[in-house]
Design a protein. Structure first.
Length: 183
């Protein structure tokens, strides 16, 4: 005999005590045909990327805010927007342009006319956006090639500083180094 499990309790959001294992989130997702996928939080590569991004956000907030502790909440959207619009050194493109295939128009450009906003035509813009969608994969591939070239240049600079040391008999040598488990 199977158990009937109508809906999970919204207050707890956890599994029901009767053992059916449904949560409010899973019931909601099932009703819209969404498949839930869970991943491990302890993924070393992405953890490092998240730390770097969080550090960049903190540095951006520190530049804007001086002493006012609660003001960071108001400034966070502008810092995140600036991070998405700023071209990255490695790829030469901004995150916004890689995602949407076009550059963003800044607020001051809307307020104070520039050549870019003066020559703007809505019809041409829509056609250009459709053309950019066709070319976005090429743009991403070029950004990837620039990233690889940047990494190669960084490796070349690093390797210039490395001095080879000959290993002699009876020298202590680390034979195998393993990455520690972050969990």
């Amino acid at each position: 005999m199977s158990k009937a499990c109508p809906v999970a309790t919204p207050a707890s959001g956890a599994s029901r005590p009767d053992g059916c294992g449904l949560t409010l989130r899973s019931v909601y997702c099932q009703s819209y045909g969404i498949q839930l996928k869970f991943s491990s939080v302890a993924h070393p590569q992405t953890n490092g990327q998240v730390k770097v991004m969080n550090q960049a956000i903190m540095e951006g907030l520190k530049k804007i805010i001086s002493g006012a502790r609660g003001a960071w909440v108001d400034e966070l959207p502008s810092v995140l927007w600036a991070m998405q619009m700023t071209p990255k050194t490695t790829s030469g493109e901004s995150l916004f342009s890689l995602a949407f295939g076009t550059d963003v128009v800044l607020s001051p450009e809307m307020e104070f006319p520039t050549l870019r906003t003066i020559v703007y035509k809505q019809d041409d813009s829509e056609e250009g956006l459709w053309a950019n969608l066709d070319l976005i994969e090429e743009k991403r591939a070029e950004a990837h090639l620039r990233t690889l070239a940047y990494k190669k240049a960084m490796a070349r600079i690093y390797n210039r500083k490395v001095q080879p040391r000959p290993i002699k008999v009876r020298d202590l040598v680390l034979r195998k180094a393993e990455v520690s488990d972050p969990t």
